[in-house]
Design a protein around this ligand. Structure first.
Ligand SMILES: NC(=O)c1ccc[n+]([C@@H]2O[C@H](COP(=O)([O-])OP(=O)(O)OC[C@H]3O[C@@H](n4cnc5c(N)ncnc54)[C@H](O)[C@@H]3O)[C@@H](O)[C@H]2O)c1
Length: 436
């Protein structure tokens, strides 16, 4: 790589570490500063990436107080800690790689957008789905007119029951006030993807959903508050924390398991202690989780297209999409294999879609349920490639989005949530939104 792009990292948790691994795999990046309060993690990163000690801090305040010391800044703190470091970094002229969601309120998203535009700094949001081989192939097929004009899309995000329980019942995103509502925390990727595939802005949105299952009234009789306290239902409960974190080999390449900063897994004894001290040991029916466990969104776009999106954890995990156009349809049940059923203008026998033209395209070697351990279907690698091309070489890929578009798609999410909370009234998006 001719040019090394230097960057500072704010928040070296799961995502910060993952992007940094991919940045070094790419070869064109160098980490020159870090802000991370966990001392062991900070030291681990400092040693591994040879970061100058004078650029290693416990918080972003001290790191950003040094002024602009790198080509860009990567912000991977938790949802409620994006706004402040993002605004400070932008004011210093840092281009940003900013984790989604941009911020937890529409006002904060708009403020980040306006500050970035005023300062002319690019802000790339980690909507990693756009950067997967799968999504790039689908978008190319659409751009090449393979399906004609797209009329509607049915899109499903299966979170997977164990992933949902881990992140949205017990984990960092279980409570809206502490993090984000579900649609923002998880499915802002999907709302963004729909706009990107359609290349049309959402104008109306309506949503329904609630927390149905992971509630106290569904708790089996006699279950203790913590799964480690001898639960009589352990053998048959799929959500037993003891089985998930100690015994059950569900663990998709290790992302669920508690680990030390260097990636080494906790011993059984350490895991039990962790289960006794954190939410991860709590019975899934007795926590303080309040985010929805199913949600549907109806969307209408500026060119008249419509889409239906559903998020559910009551599945084995993975996304599925069905795109319908005037010349054909596209179906994928694993975000890897694309089934195309199209119409051929030149063939007099081609009376219905797929009659004479049918194709199957494999876009990567992923299998169902691997989306996280395999780096979000290749999106974690793809975004580092496109970011390098943008910042080092000034090349804009089709996947990259400007902050205006990312924030518009976040506003669609906020409008959908407002609709859900209003009992399903339609929200109209024009310079913001109104509920009809
Ligand atoms: N793009 C995606 O597909 C995707 C996937 C998962 C998570 N995320 C998002 O990425 C973000 C980070 O998620 P995560 O799972 O890595 O969380 P995490 O909790 O593992 O990491 C956050 C890190 O920020 C650090 N931190 C806290 N206060 C800080 C401060 N003042 N200064 C600097 N660092 C500080 C924490 O110590 C922690 O290491 C979240 O916003 C999450 O929603 C995105």
């Amino acid at each position: 790589m001719e040019k090394k792009l230097t960057y500072v990292l704010i928040g070296a948790g799961h995502r910060g570490k993952r992007y940094t691994e991919n940045a070094y795999r790419h070869g064109g990046y160098q980490l020159v500063g870090i802000a991370e309060p966990d001392t062991k993690t900070r030291e681990y990163m400092r040693n591994l990436y040879h970061i100058p000690p004078e650029n290693c801090f416990a918080s972003y305040h001290e790191l950003l107080a040094k002024g602009k010391i790198a080509d860009f800044c990567m912000i991977c703190t938790q949802d409620r800690l994006h706004y402040d470091p993002a605004m400070q970094a932008i004011s210093q002229g840092y281009p940003l790689l900013l984790e989604k969601p941009v911020a937890p309120t529409p006002e904060a998203c708009v403020a980040i957008r306006d500050a970035a535009e005023a300062k002319h700094v690019p802000v790339v949001i980690c909507h990693v789905l756009r950067y997967t081989p799968f999504a790039r192939t689908v978008r190319k097929l659409i751009d090449e007119g393979e399906l004609g004009r797209i009329v509607n899309i049915i899109h499903f995000e299966g979170v997977g029951n164990i992933h949902y329980a881990h992140s949205f019942v017990r984990g960092a995103w279980h409570n809206t006030a502490d993090s984000s509502m579900m649609l923002l925390a998880k499915s802002c990727h999907d709302i963004d993807l729909l706009q990107w595939l359609l290349q049309s802005q959402c104008t109306k949105v309506q949503s329904f959903g609630s927390l149905t299952y992971f509630r106290k009234e569904n708790c089996p009789p006699g279950a203790p508050r913590r799964c480690t306290e001898g639960c009589p239902h352990e053998a048959l409960c799929p959500y037993s924390a003891v089985k998930i974190y100690c015994d059950f080999p569900f663990d998709e390449g290790g992302w669920l398991a508690p680990c030390h900063p260097d990636g080494a897994r906790y011993s059984r004894e350490e895991t039990i202690r962790w289960l006794n001290e954190t939410n991860y040991g709590t019975c899934v029916f007795q926590g303080d989780n309040d985010v929805v466990d199913h949600q549907t969104v109806n969307l209408e776009y500026e060119n008249g297209e419509t889409a239906v999106f559903t998020m559910s954890p009551f599945d084995f995990g993975g996304r599925r999409i069905h795109i319908m156009g005037t010349k054909g349809e596209l179906i994928s049940t694993d975000f890897n294999t694309i089934e195309l059923f199209t119409y051929c203008d030149e063939d007099p026998c081609s009376d219905r879609f797929g009659h004479s033209r049918r194709a199957t395209i494999k876009t990567s070697a992923l299998t169902i349920g691997q989306s996280i351990s395999a780096g979000h279907g290749g999106g974690d690698v793809g975004i580092m490639q496109d970011l390098y091309d943008l910042l080092a070489e000034g090349k804009q890929s089709a996947s990259l989005s400007d902050i205006r578009t990312s924030v518009a798609n976040h506003l669609t999410v906020f409008a959908a949530e407002r609709s859900r909370l209003s009992g399903g009234k339609t929200a109209v998006l024009e310079n913001g939104w109104n509920l009809l």
